[in-house]
Design a protein around this ligand. Structure first.
Ligand SMILES: Cc1cc2nc3c(=O)[nH]c(=O)nc-3n(C[C@H](O)[C@H](O)[C@H](O)COP(=O)(O)OP(=O)(O)OC[C@H]3O[C@@H](n4cnc5c(N)ncnc54)[C@H](O)[C@@H]3O)c2cc1C
Length: 358
């Protein structure tokens, strides 16, 4: 089942599956489970592992495990369903899944805000989480370079505010009750942000279509940078309060390695997930053979700050060496032993996530 088809099928029933990401027109439930996808609602509803209640699975030796239960609480031993979320197809093939659904919100409110810098974005984000509580469902960020590239390359994309800043926040509130004053909550937070000098400008969406226009500015970030030419993608996470520090330290590290490299961080402010993507310096088409050094330095920095170098896209084959370098040998060994126990012949996605035994 393709994610967008699931959304469509649920709509007439007043239900939703709270997983939204740029690939929803092609990503299937099996792939989302395999990568333990996160997306823009993860800080509110969790990642795929929090939304899967049960699984049916074919193990590498061809046995079917029917674990298709539909309860949140099930402590009858190891949490097998979670083990297969993020296993990247290395431990078995998911054939059916029971997913946790939510009622569709009765109302939503959204805003696009312009901020002077990342420190302001972190402070305002923390304030908003306190003010809007469980009604806050979206807290995404992008930077001015990302906006510029998206506006330059993506047709029909418009930016309607008069002010530009270093950082932009996309905020969304939702409620199952029509009586919660979402616009009022958002408005007063915005006023507070402006008084504090944390917000330079902002606009509240006046309709669903207007909200969708704001979201497009965030969603077209990867496309804008892709169309600019060569790029390096890094899928980092740090504790949300450390985002500004990571971005500042990351910029120093990157400029030391490749002066002039263009840095385009965007992502999910609510859970600290930064897509720290790079474009070559102006006038250059490539990274001067320094791609590996840049990736290593950024992953080491994320690790040092208590975060991850593989926040929501997984390891695949490309990040195995990085995992070996950045993670405790005990952790890597536990994973290799799990793989060996469940797939002793190494037939499932060999070479993904852990090295095949010599
Ligand atoms: C434009 C774009 C935006 C994205 N944005 C986000 C984002 O915001 N957040 C996020 O978390 N991710 C994001 N992603 C990554 C996305 O979540 C994954 O690419 C997607 O989930 C993979 O789904 P797929 O059906 O294409 O799976 P595939 O690419 O086919 O498979 C993905 C992995 O799952 C395994 N797998 C597939 N099916 C099964 C199965 N039935 N049983 C067991 N294992 C299986 C595969 O072996 C593979 O390791 C984005 C990707 C793109 C292209």
């Amino acid at each position: 089942v393709v994610l967008a088809a699931l959304h469509e099928a649920l709509e007439p029933h007043g239900l939703m599956f709270p997983m939204h990401l740029g690939a929803e027109g092609s990503a299937r439930i099996g792939g989302l489970i395999g990568t333990n996808a996160g997306g823009s609602l993860a800080f509110r509803y969790g990642m795929m592992q929090d939304l899967v209640l049960g699984l049916e699975l074919v193990t590498p030796d061809g046995v079917v495990w029917d674990g298709l239960r539909a309860v949140q609480k099930d402590n009858a031993g190891y949490q097998l369903r979670k083990l297969f979320c993020g296993a990247e197809g290395t431990l078995g093939i998911v054939t059916r899944a029971g997913l946790r659904l939510y009622p569709t919100p009765k109302q939503q409110a959204g805003a696009l805000l312009v901020l002077p810098d990342f420190a302001a974005a972190v402070s305002f984000g923390a304030f908003l989480r306190g003010e809007a509580g469980e009604f806050l469902t979206g807290l995404e960020f992008f930077c001015d370079l990302g906006l510029e590239l998206a506006l330059k390359h993506v047709p029909d994309l418009t930016y309607q505010l008069e002010t530009r800043g270093d950082v932009y926040l996309l905020v969304e509130l939702a409620s199952g009750s029509p009586r919660v004053p979402l616009d009022g909550i958002l408005n007063s937070a915005l006023e507070w942000g402006m008084e504090q000098g944390l917000v330079l400008d902002g606009a509240l969406a006046t309709s669903g279509a207007h909200r969708a226009q704001f979201w497009r500015l965030r969603e077209e970030q990867p496309e804008g940078q892709r169309l600019e030419g060569e790029q390096l993608k890094h899928d980092i996470s740090v504790p949300p309060g450390a985002i500004a520090r990571f971005i500042e330290a990351g910029a120093r590290v990157c400029q030391d390695i490749l002066p002039g490299v263009r840095i385009n961080p965007f992502g999910h402010l609510g859970d600290g997930n930064i897509h720290y993507n790079l474009s070559p310096p102006e006038g250059r088409a490539d990274f001067d053979g320094k791609a590996g050094r840049l990736a290593e330095a950024l992953s080491a920095l994320a690790t040092e700050m208590g975060g991850s170098f593989a926040a929501e896209h997984g390891l695949g084959r490309a990040k195995i060496a990085m995992a070996d370098r950045n993670r405790d040998a005990v952790e890597r060994d536990l994973m290799a032993r799990l793989k060996g126990a469940l797939d002793p012949k190494g037939t499932m996605n060999p070479g993904v996530l852990v090295r095949p035994p010599l």
